[in-house]
Design a protein around this ligand. Sequence first.
Ligand code: P1T
Length: 385
Amino acid sequence: MKFSTRAIHAGQGADPTTGATIVPIYQTSTYTQDAVGEHKGFDYSRTVNPTRSALEAQLASLEDARFGSAFASGMAATAAVLNTLSAGDHAVVTDDLYGGTYRLFSRVLSRYGIDFTYVDMSDLDAVRAAVKPNTKMFWIETPTNPLLKLIDIEAICALRGQAVVVVDNTFASPYFQQPLSLGADIVVHSTTKYIGGHSDVVGGAALTNDRDLYDVIKFHQNAVGGVPGPHDAWLTMRGAKTLALRMREHARNAQAVAEFLEAHDDVARVYYPGLASHPQHALAKRQMSGFGGMVSFVLTGPQERALDFANRLQYFSLAESLGGVESLICHPARMTHGSIPKEDRERRGVTDGLLRLSVGIEDLDDLLDDLRTALAATPMPAGVS
Ligand code: P1T
């Protein structure tokens, strides 16, 4: 079965009790048992729910994984995966990553005795230098949030030793990047983003081919209980059915937006893996089958100009998150990455002038007009030449 067919059919068989073509929302917390321990495989909805199971089968199939676990958010999925580590273990982490992941690692899990080293993982020598005898995990985001740096998944897998390689595949989506086929052990998603695709539900997932890792993640899912409700699972599943169609449009629009920005005099720098000027364009072509819908850029002039510009856009809403059909603009330093101390943030390139676009699937002409009009209307503040 090819990708688009799996998105629509995997886990989506007719309902066994009624024949309903679409998986029903099993809005129940519990299940009646015939006798103690005698039931149809469902006992309590934190542990298992048929709507969630259908979503888990669908998402596993999209990553070509044997096992899938769905969570109430991307962060809940990340926390479950980190539970495969113990106090005294060390993880090497991408230095450019979602601010909430950094917050979980640096302010929660480090208190439980897990040690994290943040490095620019596009520099393999830096990765090698960060490895310690107790390194048990490599945590990769690629493309990274928000600088859209690429990390070579196969190269990291080649130097991992006994450590587990985890890829947060949220930005690329399984349509454009298949980390398990490149050697990764676990893929994590914020399904809130491209997989859900409509900015109407928060969720997460962890996918793997490794039975032992799956057992630990599943145990944590039940023990901690960060599960999606059946309605959220259903919304995510519905969104995921059109992932291929949407991703093609996101990437087509994002490429055109990136090229438009790159050619504009008021834009100092554009970050998009699909641009020939992207330092890792060759790796992007090798590792991904498309370049995704995220574009970051820096306007000329001071930060106030960037914020002024963001406020003038009509179709790009000023909002956190990404991956929905509608376009969004975000100021990472003050929004998604505000939880990273300013000094660390700036060292990593997340400067106050950086803006991040989640390019939606509206008509391209309208998006380009919106950007063009807002740029023309955003003056350089007085005193700045
Ligand atoms: O928001 P949640 O579903 O918990 O997912 C967290 C998360 C994990 N990984 C990546 C790469 C992410 O981008 C996110 C969430 N990111 C945003 C909300 C954002 O605007 O960048």
